[in-house]
Design a protein around this ligand. Structure first.
Ligand SMILES: Nc1ncnc2c1ncn2[C@@H]1O[C@H](COP(=O)(O)OP(=O)(O)OP(=O)(O)O)[C@@H](O)[C@H]1O
Ligand SMILES: [Mg+2]
Length: 271
């Protein structure tokens, strides 16, 4: 369900601008980074609403101990069909798969938006795919959006290093999502009977926690405290905090926007 986003006007405007450039053949890889629950997926879903005429293809990395190699590519292939899907079925070499994907989204005049969610869980081959595409999208009408939790990519870890390299490629852009303002937390607390200042303190202004607090009453507030106290950040933390009845959402366009929206990225900045 799409609800209105608070305070993501600048981030959405940036993504819309990158989509426009990509449509003109100046493809973009956009790294959308931010903590768990900060609103990365919600932002991409909103862009999806705003660009219904683009061809949208969705892939996701899974938080498994043994992530399937190239899982997101197989997701994309299932939606794209054609040569890529056939090559996937035939167990073709990685390079062939990458080239087939690029070939099929090259069609002039059609904007393809490729989403790869939760890259902090990516297997190594998927990171190679991002590298491969990142070096080649500049000549293709493709907007490739990769979301990831910066806090889940350890400094010096191969993924962090790879993301730093990808970030330095000329077609890469970055959208960093920061926490909501006190005003936005007040809006989310509105009508719930919860004290906005307490919600602000408990949630550190993460939208997901504000919703859970706002939608679920005091019990949820306690859950939020437990999650944050546990040092959370992972999916498990979310499930613990988000008990039954802790849903509900209200997104409105706001003013502040992303904490960081920008063209180029300093080396090694992975989150
Ligand atoms: N700017 C916002 N205003 C209001 N609600 C928001 C905003 N951003 C996110 N939300 C809500 O917060 C919740 C979490 O958002 P979302 O799932 O997009 O987070 P995420 O960053 O993708 O988290 P994860 O890293 O776990 O995938 C959702 O219910 C979403 O609707
Ligand atoms: Mg998400």
């Amino acid at each position: 369900m799409i609800v209105q986003l608070l305070e993501r006007v600048a981030a959405l405007a940036a993504l819309t601008g990158y989509a426009r450039e990509a449509r003109q053949g100046d493809g973009r890889l956009v790294l959308v980074a931010g903590e768990a629950g900060i609103g990365k997926s919600a932002l991409v879903e909103q862009l999806h609403e705003d660009l219904p005429d683009a061809r949208w293809l969705w892939g996701a990395c899974d938080g498994l101990f043994t992530p399937r190699p190239l899982g997101p590519l197989f997701d994309l292939a299932g939606q794209l069909g054609g040569e890529l899907e056939e090559l996937c079925r035939a167990g073709a070499a990685r390079e062939e798969l990458f080239r087939a994907l690029l070939g099929q989204v090259r069609e002039a005049g059609t904007l393809s938006v490729l989403v790869v969610e939760d890259v902090h869980w990516a297997d190594e081959a998927t990171v190679d795919l991002l590298r491969f595409l990142g070096r080649r999208v500049w000549a293709v009408p493709v907007l490739l959006i990769a979301t990831y939790r910066g806090e889940d990519t350890a400094a010096g870890a191969p993924l962090r290093v790879a993301l730093g390299e990808i970030a330095r490629q000329r077609s890469t852009r970055r959208v960093d999502l920061g926490p909501l303002s006190a005003e936005a937390v007040r809006v989310l607390a509105g009508g719930t009977g919860l004290d906005a200042a307490e919600l602000y303190r408990l949630t550190a202004r993460e939208p997901v926690l504000c919703h859970r607090g706002g939608g679920g009453g005091a019990g949820c507030g306690a859950g939020i405290g437990a999650r944050r106290g546990a040092g959370a950040g992972g999916a498990a933390g979310h499930r613990v905090a988000g008990g039954a009845g802790c849903g509900g959402a209200d997104r409105r366009p706001g003013g502040a926007g992303a904490a960081g929206v920008g063209d180029r990225v300093p080396a090694g900045r992975g989150g």
